[in-house]
Design a protein around this ligand. Structure first.
Ligand code: ZN
Length: 137
């Protein structure tokens, strides 16, 4: 810090305020970026949260974890590879569907009893999932 005659000048004071504000914004961005454990960038997370308002598989509305752990939202990698962080591979589904799908390939999972019992099929899932099926998942 440069002091002029022992006092902080007005311009210096405004520079310091600006730096403090920037530091605060950086910390806020960092907190937001760390809101998920999957290294999903904040802007992609926002985009996906806006798109996937209900489970992309069963279509059920998300509940808070307190209301129902199974019906709460969870991050899903359609191709079960956490390194594929794209809007095509990242989506939100309920914990119930996520646990059932596990590491299965989408087309294999759709044949399971879990899906049959719930009427989850290639033509009932969200558009992002239909697109993945069309692409061979
Ligand atoms: Zn679901």
């Amino acid at each position: 810090m440069i002091l002029v005659g022992g006092k902080i000048g007005d311009i210096q004071q405004s520079v310091i305020s600006h730096l403090q504000l920037n530091t605060r914004l950086c910390v806020m961005n960092l907190v937001e970026a760390m809101a998920n454990n999957w290294n999903i960038p904040a802007d992609l997370e926002r985009e996906v949260r806006k798109r996937d308002r209900a489970c992309v598989y069963c279509g059920n509305e998300f509940l808070s974890h307190k209301e129902s752990a199974k019906a709460s939202a969870s991050w899903e990698h359609i191709i079960n590879d956490a390194s594929i962080i794209t809007r095509e591979n990242i989506c939100l589904c309920c914990r119930g569907c996520n646990a059932s799908k596990g590491q299965k390939k989408l087309s294999d999972w759709l044949l399971t009893n879990y899906c049959k019992e719930r009427g989850i099929a290639a033509d009932t899932v969200a558009p992002i999932i239909k697109q993945a099926i069309e692409n061979g998942q």
